[in-house]
Design a protein around this ligand. Structure first.
Ligand SMILES: [Zn+2]
Length: 206
């Protein structure tokens, strides 16, 4: 949430089944709010000045020696340095293990041709910054509740997030981020119901 020294510079509501992108300048904060609860947000992040550098979950898992996201963690890039840091979290359960849902998820697993999907939502939203010609990086899936047991088997459960829960990130560099309201409405991942997310960019007051 904004501190007394911060003001909301920009706010975007991401409707269900869509994506949005936004520029976050170095030292600004980004808040992602789960407006109605139980909604996963697929998140990608590019270095604004070098589109060949982006937040990379596989490098995060290596650099953090973890598949769990904790306060103070860096969001590491494919160049092995943090582009953002994880500052606040009212939920405590997120995922950076799974790919975005995509055309093939709905085609192969459900035989559906035209289901909205996070990959395309993210790609479309990145047109605003001319980044849609690049491969969409693997996402961080905020609010996704992927339960792993001791054997390494997993189960995807409904998110633990309640209405108004949020995460807050801080930009280490100028970054372009994109978020998709995960469009999977036939599984527990979003509680079988796709709902909006809200983005806020906070800048320092003076
Ligand atoms: Zn999705």
């Amino acid at each position: 949430m904004p501190s007394s020294e911060q003001v909301i510079k920009e706010e975007i509501l991401i409707p269900p089944y869509e994506g949005r992108s936004i520029l976050v300048r170095k030292n600004e904060a980004l808040i992602i709010i789960d407006v109605e609860g139980k909604q996963v947000g697929d998140f990608v992040c590019f270095n604004f000045h070098d589109a060949q550098e982006y937040v990379s979950p596989v490098h995060m898992r290596a650099s953090l020696s973890s598949i769990r996201l904790k306060i103070g963690d860096g969001l590491y890039s494919n160049k092995r340095r943090p582009l953002m840091t994880f500052e606040q979290d009212t939920v405590g359960k997120h995922d950076f293990f799974f790919p975005a849902c995509d055309y093939y998820r709905y085609k192969v697993d459900y035989n559906m041709e035209d289901h909205p999907n996070c990959h395309d939502n993210l790609k479309n939203s990145l047109k605003s910054y001319n980044l849609d010609h690049l491969p969409v990086p693997d996402p961080i899936n905020f609010f996704m509740n992927n339960k792993l047991n001791d054997l390494g088997d997993y189960e995807i459960c409904e998110p633990l997030s309640k209405p108004g829960d949020y995460v807050q990130l801080k930009a280490v560099e100028d970054v372009v981020i994109a978020v998709s309201t995960c469009s999977q409405d036939m599984a527990a991942v979003n509680g079988f119901n796709v709902t909006p997310l809200k983005l806020q960019v906070l800048s320092s007051n003076g």
